[in-house]
Design a protein around this ligand. Structure first.
Ligand code: 5GP
Length: 141
């Protein structure tokens, strides 16, 4: 059986997708710590991020960088925090969390709630910024 995230990749489960390429997908976290909290995952289903092949891991981070740049254009914040936990969903993923202070990236904080319309608006704006930025963002190759 595939992970929840593989089901999102395969469109068997809904998600507010913000960016995608052949090997990666990024979507809004359903229980966000901050507005715009995004998960970036490889399409290959591997539980522990450091079990990824070096090239796959490097490409995942480069893709996450592009998403983070787009996210920062949409959500006012000091910077985009990056975290990897992976204790809940056994499919490697990077959390991108807009932050203004260190406490903003604390996973023990209460999660936020947004309406479907708010999630859709946020996802649409990030997607637009991502598409606008992909032409001039550094790639591995
Ligand atoms: P971790 O595995 O890094 O500890 O946490 C997994 C993250 O995935 C959590 O922040 C949780 O809110 C998020 N998450 C779990 N299930 C879903 C889901 O079905 N859809 C989305 N968009 N996020 C999920």
């Amino acid at each position: 059986m595939g992970s929840i995230f593989s089901k999102i990749i395969n469109r068997e489960l809904p998600a507010y997708i913000v960016a995608e390429d052949e090997q990666h997908i990024a979507f809004l976290d359903i229980n966000p710590l901050a507005e715009g909290h995004t998960l970036v995952i490889p399409k290959v289903e591997i539980d522990y991020i450091y079990d990824l092949e070096n090239q796959t891991l490097a490409q995942l981070h480069v893709f996450a960088k592009k998403v983070a740049i787009a996210l920062k254009k949409i959500v006012p914040c000091k910077r985009i925090g990056v975290a990897v936990a992976g204790l809940e969903v056994p499919h490697a993923h990077i959390h991108l969390i807009p932050m203004n202070q260190i406490a903003d990236i604390s996973f023990s904080r209460p999660k936020l709630n947004f309406t479907k319309a708010q999630y859709e608006k946020m996802a649409g704006q990030i997607t637009e910024a991502f598409r606008a930025g992909t032409n001039h963002t550094t790639t591995l190759s």
